[in-house]
Design a protein around this ligand. Structure first.
Ligand SMILES: Cc1cc2nc3c(=O)[nH]c(=O)nc-3n(C[C@H](O)[C@H](O)[C@H](O)COP(=O)(O)O)c2cc1C
Length: 177
């Protein structure tokens, strides 16, 4: 199973990009996580639809080719980052060609607050449901990120790593049922 990993942060030492790196390391046998950097994606503009920018075409191709999508979302002002929402918007258009349609999805996220992206994840889940993604019910909320990731954004906390592994195993088992 090929899983496309999308992190909603462009920051070099992003803990959410680090979470995706860690996910690659603990993914169960049969799950391969590939990630796509969203930094080249321009802001969505419907006027560009007749000739979409290469980065938007690439995103759409990657989503179509993946069996499932893993979103690693930061929490920006109690919601999803613009980076992630912009990618979701690009994939949802043009009307009738929503690449997210019927794709399995799971959400993880790390943030500084103790609630660990709970508010962002709820907003994200709402958008994914609107796009008819099959969103995993389980949540992985990682709070107090600076205590669990190092200065490069790499996950250092063994308990969080184990929770991430269990989350991915549970997601994959659910998809196989
Ligand atoms: C614009 C902005 C808004 C933020 N808002 C929140 C917030 O609402 N809740 C929270 O827990 N952390 C918030 N933070 C702190 C982030 O959790 C922290 O910067 C985290 O490292 C972002 O994820 P990243 O490392 O993947 O970029 C905010 C950070 C920024 C830059």
């Amino acid at each position: 199973m090929t899983v496309l990993g999308l992190a909603g942060s462009l920051r070099r030492a992003s803990v959410n990009r680090g979470l995706l790196r860690a996910a690659r390391g603990v993914a169960p046998a049969g799950m391969s996580i590939v990630d796509l950097d969203l930094r080249d994606l321009p802001l969505y503009n419907a006027d560009d639809e007749p000739d979409p920018p290469a980065a938007a075409r690439h995103l759409r191709d990657c989503v179509r080719a993946a069996d499932a999508v893993l979103f690693a979302t930061p929490e920006y002002n109690y919601s999803v980052s613009g980076v992630l929402k912009n990618a979701i918007d690009w994939g949802s258009q043009p009307r009738g060609a929503n690449v997210w349609d019927n794709k399995p999805a799971a959400i993880v996220g790390a943030a500084n607050s103790v609630v660990g992206t709970a508010r962002a994840q709820l907003h994200l889940r709402q958008s994914l449901v609107a796009l008819n993604m099959r969103v995993c019910n389980a949540e992985l909320l990682i709070g107090r990120a600076p205590e669990r990731f190092d200065a490069d954004g790499d996950l250092t906390d063994p308990e969080t790593r184990a929770a991430l592994r269990d989350f991915l195993v549970g997601w994959m088992e659910g998809l196989r049922r």
